[in-house]
Each structure stands twice: as C-alpha cells, then as structure tokens.
Design a binder for this molecule. Structure first.
Ligand SMILES: NC(=O)c1ccc[n+]([C@@H]2O[C@H](COP(=O)([O-])OP(=O)(O)OC[C@H]3O[C@@H](n4cnc5c(N)ncnc54)[C@H](O)[C@@H]3O)[C@@H](O)[C@H]2O)c1
Length: 328
C-alpha cells in the first residue's frame, strides 16, 4: 500500500515510516522540515520537501496513494497561544487541505493525529465521549480537524480516523525547544548532567505512551478492516505517572546507562529545580483506551521503564548536532 505521510520526517512520523516499511508498505513523505529532519528518514524513502499548505506539492505527493497518515502540525500549546494565526494555518487549514487533496485524489482512508488537548480539563480517566472543551488554540485546531474529517466522511465517503495521542515520548523527540515534551527535556538535561526544571510540585500526572506503540497504532488504523466514518480514538498507555516519578525513572536510567558507558564513572551531580506551575497546564491526564482496543486491536505494549531506558539510551548514545541542537 502506498501511504502519504505528512510530517513524516518528525518524531512520530519517522517511527511511523519505519513501521510502514517493516510491513512492506510504501511510504511517501511530505514535510517542510520546520521541526523534522531528513536524516530521521530511512534512506530511499521519497521525501517531498514542501508545506501541506502548498496545494500543488500536496497533490503531486498524494497521487497514487491509497491512504494518508496526516501528522504534519505545529505541535505546541504555548506557541499556539503566541502565534495563533500561524498555528491555525497549518493545524486547521492545513488539515482541511489534506482532506480535500485526499478526496480529490480518490484516497480511501485518512488517519490523522489529534491530541488529548481536545478535551481540556476533564476528570480522568478520559473516555472519547467526554466533553470537548479545549483550553488552547492548539486543542481547538485539532478539534476542528477532527470535525472536518467527520464531514468528509459524511459528504464524500472518505474514511477518516482521528487518533487522540496523549503524551508521546521516545527516541528522536526534539529536546531542545522550550516547547518540547517533558520527558525528552529531562532525558537530554540529565544525560548532559545539566539541571532539570519541574514546573509546579511535580505531582501532576500524565499518560505517557511510547512512540513505538503510537507508530503501531497508526499502522493498525491505516489497515484496520471494516469502515470508519469520522471516529476518534484515544491513544494512551492507560496509566497515570507523575512528573516527579518520571523524573526519578529517567535519573535512574541515566545513572545505569552512564555506568555502562563509562564503568566506574559516577554520574554527574544532577540538580533539580522547581519553578512556578505554568498557566494553562492541566493537573491530571489519563486516557481510557477501551475503544482503540476494541476497534483497532491496539493497546500499548512497551512498559514505562523499558520506554524510558530506550529513550535515555538514545539520548546518551547520540551526539547533539551543534547546528540544530537536536539529536538524530
Ligand atoms: N508528541 C506528542 O506528545 C503529541 C501528542 C499529541 C498529538 N501529537 C501530534 O502528533 C503529530 C506529530 O507530532 P510530533 O510529536 O512527531 O512532532 P514533530 O514536530 O516532530 O512532527 C511534526 C512534523 O510536521 C512537519 N511540519 C510542520 N509543519 C508543516 C507543514 N506546514 N507542512 C509540512 N510539514 C510540516 C515538521 O517538520 C515535523 O517533521 C502532530 O500532529 C502532533 O500535533 C503529538
């Protein structure tokens, strides 16, 4: 199956491309490389370096594709507050462009990345039928993309599946931006022996799901039998972990990994600083994941400890690119 992967050179995208290749599919990537990197892609994968807002490039990329995995986005809640119009253009209008291009090209199914941010502050565990009251433009833009997806199903018979990822972590997540996921920032700082910062008391909890599990879910959603019409599924591990607990797990993994890399070498002193909680940060987040299990046959498999070990192993073993400040 030929699959267009928008944002395929990014964190989740590049793992998804690998999962597609491993199953014998043919991924084609469109990515403007604004946060992704060509080096994330397996050599030989066709990369069209263009924005999803470039209708001509998108039409060229999508030609001959049976399905689309739409991941391209400006992935940041704070940035969506600072630059709502730019984020709207890519996350909402861009998603609409992808749906329209898919419809025109006769694509059968689009799987698109949504987010737990569509819910806002909801009492966990959060099921798919919880109220959708996003607290940020980012969450609202994801919600709009879901709704457009539903309408393309209704009016054009395009099968659209929206996957509401919770907190995805793992190798290749960019740690250097102030908007990065918290675990990649911890892993990066602790691997360098630099201070880490926790916003608030660290007792806030998240549902952390390993990127390999998310890539597998993307693949299952692209290939699941039956027909879909605008459904949305939560993707989480179904386990609440506090930020402090995650920090301790990463610190322990860094100590183990540093000892393996330099036997006898004590890990550097790793100071931890608390700063005031960030406004808009929700306190607790936890997914109900029954729907993805029942309809897609998916559930997270990688235990948190193992996912952290793999993330830290990558952070320690891969040098930082001085130009971009990121690791491969
Ligand atoms: N990482 C998470 O925890 C998380 C949680 C919920 C949802 N998501 C969603 O998953 C998807 C992938 O996120 P990620 O974490 O891999 O982030 P990422 O920044 O690594 O990936 C986004 C990719 O999209 C590309 N891109 C951005 N704007 C583009 C445009 N206009 N045209 C073409 N390409 C463009 C970037 O270069 C990058 O490669 C996003 O839709 C994001 O909203 C991620």
């Amino acid at each position: 199956m030929r699959v267009l992967v928008t944002g395929g050179a990014g964190f989740i995208g590049s793992h998804s491309v690998e999962a597609l290749l491993a199953e014998g599919h043919e991924p084609v990537v469109i990515d403007d490389l604004s946060t992704g990197h060509a080096r994330n892609l397996t050599p030989g994968v066709r990369l069209i370096r263009a924005s999803i807002l470039d209708a001509r490039a998108l039409a060229e990329a999508i030609a001959g594709c049976e399905t689309v995995l739409h991941l391209a986005a400006i992935v940041s809640v704070p940035l969506s507050l600072e630059r709502p119009l730019d984020c709207h253009a890519v996350n909402a209008t861009g998603s609409l462009q992808v749906l329209e291009a898919a419809h025109r090209a006769g694509v059968r199914r689009v799987v698109q990345a949504s987010s737990a941010a569509v819910y806002g502050e909801v009492e966990p565990p959060i099921g798919e039928f919880a109220p959708l009251v996003p607290l940020s433009p980012y969450g609202l833009q994801k919600r709009m993309a879901e709704e457009y997806g539903r309408l393309y199903g209704l009016h054009h018979g395009l099968e659209v599946i929206s996957l509401r990822y919770f907190n995805v972590y793992g190798p290749r997540q960019d740690p250097r931006s102030p908007y990065s996921g918290v675990l990649s920032r911890f892993a990066d700082a602790l691997a360098r022996g630099e201070p880490t910062v926790i916003f608030g008391d660290g007792q806030q909890t998240r549902d952390f799901v390993f990127v390999g599990d998310v890539a597998r879910a993307n693949l299952l959603a692209l290939t699941a039998p039956g027909s879909f019409a605008g459904e949305a599924f939560n993707l989480g591990a179904g386990r609440a972990i506090s930020v402090l607990e995650a920090h301790a797990a990463i610190r322990a993994a860094v100590a183990r990994e540093s000892d393996t890399a330099r036997p006898g070498g004590a890990p550097a002193h790793l100071p931890l600083r608390h700063e005031p909680a960030r406004s808009g940060d929700i306190r607790h987040s936890l997914a109900r994941v029954d729907a993805a299990r029942e309809r897609l046959g998916w559930q997270a498999r990688v235990p948190f400890g193992e996912g952290i070990s793999r993330t830290v192993h990558h952070a320690i073993g891969t040098p930082v690119d001085p130009a971009s400040g990121t690791r491969d």
